[in-house]
Write a protein that binds this ligand. Structure first.
Ligand SMILES: [Zn+2]
Ligand SMILES: [Zn+2]
Length: 131
C-alpha cells in the first residue's frame, strides 16, 4: 500500500497501485501553490483514509480546469483529490512511500523561473503536451 499525507498529518490517503504517470508543471499557478510535480492516479486506486472534512478547494475558473485541494489546517497542496473524475493529479510531494516511478515530462517550461534548473532528462514542453 502506498501512503500519503499532508504536512500536519490531518489528511491521509492511500494508493493501491503505483501511478502510471508523473509530470512536473512549471506554470505560475502550480508554482505558487507549491504543487509542481504530480502523479496521475485512477480514482479506483485512491482513497482518503482520514481528514476528508479538513480539505478545502480553490476552484478553477476558466480557462483553468484543475481545482486545487489543500489541507485547511497546514495549507499543504494535495492536488485534485476530491475530483469525481476517473483519474486526477495528486501532489507527488505528499506521498510518503517511495515510488517506483520517475518524472516523465516537464510542461509549461516557458513559465519556469530562470533560477530553476531542470535536473533530469525528461521531455520538456513549452505548454501542455498532448498525449
Ligand atoms: Zn495538514
Ligand atoms: Zn501547472
Amino acid at each position: 500500500m502506498i501512503k500519503g499525507s499532508c504536512c500536519c498529518g490531518a489528511v491521509q490517503f492511500e494508493l493501491t497501485e503505483t501511478p502510471s504517470m508523473m509530470g512536473t508543471c512549471h506554470c505560475s499557478r502550480c508554482r505558487k501553490v507549491g504543487a509542481s510535480t504530480l502523479v496521475f492516479v485512477k480514482s479506483e486506486n485512491f482513497r482518503i483514509t482520514q481528514g476528508r472534512d479538513q480539505i478545502s478547494t480553490f476552484k478553477a475558473e476558466p480557462p483553468y480546469k484543475y481545482d486545487r485541494c489543500f489541507c485547511s489546517v497546514c495549507g499543504s497542496a494535495l492536488g485534485e483529490v476530491l475530483s469525481e473524475g476517473e483519474s486526477f493529479p495528486v501532489v507527488a510531494n505528499c506521498i510518503d512511500s517511495d515510488l517506483e516511478i520517475e518524472n516523465q515530462f516537464h510542461e509549461f517550461v516557458s513559465e519556469k523561473p530562470c533560477w530553476l534548473k531542470i535536473g533530469d532528462s525528461a521531455k520538456q514542453f513549452a505548454e501542455h503536451p498532448k498525449f
